[in-house]
Design a protein around this ligand. Structure first.
Ligand SMILES: O=P(O)(O)OC[C@@H](O)[C@@H](O)c1c[nH]c2ccccc12
Length: 269
């Protein structure tokens, strides 16, 4: 039986085939290479003294189903900015996460913070597309890519002036990730077979990550105590979606996680 990730990858290839038929790849590539550099994602994370937050715009997920009914990406992004996010992440996968590239563009219009395109990226065409949509960073998932593919995609993201976040779950993939030249590495706390999250997963792998790498702990972060625990373990940044998206005011929840004053409300939803 295929696991969740294998099913997603299989479907993603059908989307990529369709994109290849309709998109003007050469024109996209020329345009992507000619744009001036986007807001610096890695720098935004590194400049924070304490743990930085990458706040995720996430409507639904295969494990949780619909997370937030009243879903206005631009307003959510504005609240994340007010609550102290260093960067944002926008899920663009439509089939499994009810995301959209349109949401990324809406967020781009609403705030100046650097944005990660949270997508299952397998092919260069998706990287050109991300750059044209205004992303500052692309996610690459070690479990979906062979070493040579991963290395090539890492190189391309960098050539286009973006930051690459390489994510892994399996400890066995760590050397492949470090060899790819990524300086921003994410450890997913969610086991994709069972969907369960465990923060100890990042903490256990921390000592295997060299100091020149900026480390992000991803998924399952719920409370201020969780954040303090990760900070204590010398994690540089955290990626939080569901906890923020379930709060009436995602910006207030973010400030609470960071131990900062609650921001004043802004109009919208
Ligand atoms: O909603 P959470 O548990 O805070 O998790 C956020 C993020 O880590 C999660 O959405 C995620 C991590 N890696 C991914 C890859 C694809 C889609 C989504 C993800």
């Amino acid at each position: 039986m295929k696991n969740a990730l294998e099913r997603i990858v299989e479907h993603k290839w059908t989307e990529i085939e369709a994109l290849r038929e309709t998109a003007r790849k050469e024109a996209w590539e020329l345009k992507a290479r000619s744009l001036s550099p986007p807001a610096d994602f890695l720098q935004a994370i590194r400049q924070d003294q304490s743990v930085s937050v990458i706040a995720e715009v996430k409507k639904a997920s295969p494990s949780a189903g619909l997370i937030r009914e009243d879903f206005d990406p631009a307003w959510i992004a504005t609240r994340y900015a007010a609550g102290g996010a260093a960067c944002l992440s926008v899920i663009t996968d439509e089939e499994f996460f009810q995301g959209s590239l349109r949401y990324l563009r809406d967020v781009r219009e609403a705030v100046a913070l650097p944005i990660l395109r949270k997508e299952f990226i397998l092919d260069p065409i998706q990287i050109f597309e991300s750059r044209l949509a205004g992303a500052s960073a692309c996610l690459l998932i070690a479990e979906c890519l062979e070493a040579t593919q991963l290395n090539e995609l890492v190189k391309l993201v960098k050539e286009l002036g973006m930051t690459v976040l390489v994510e892994l779950y399996e400890a066995a993939n760590l050397s492949k990730v470090l060899d790819s030249g990524a300086r921003l590495v994410g450890i997913n706390n969610r086991d994709l077979q069972t969907f369960e999250t465990d923060l100890a997963h990042t903490i256990e792998l921390r000592h295997k990550i060299p100091d020149h790498v900026t480390l992000v702990s991803e998924s399952g972060i719920k409370t201020r105590a969780d954040v303090l625990r990760l900070e204590e373990a010398r994690i540089d940044a955290i990626l939080v979606g569901e906890t923020l998206m379930r709060a009436d005011d995602p910006g207030a929840k973010l400030a609470e996680l960071l131990g900062r004053p609650i921001p004043a409300p802004t109009g919208g939803t």
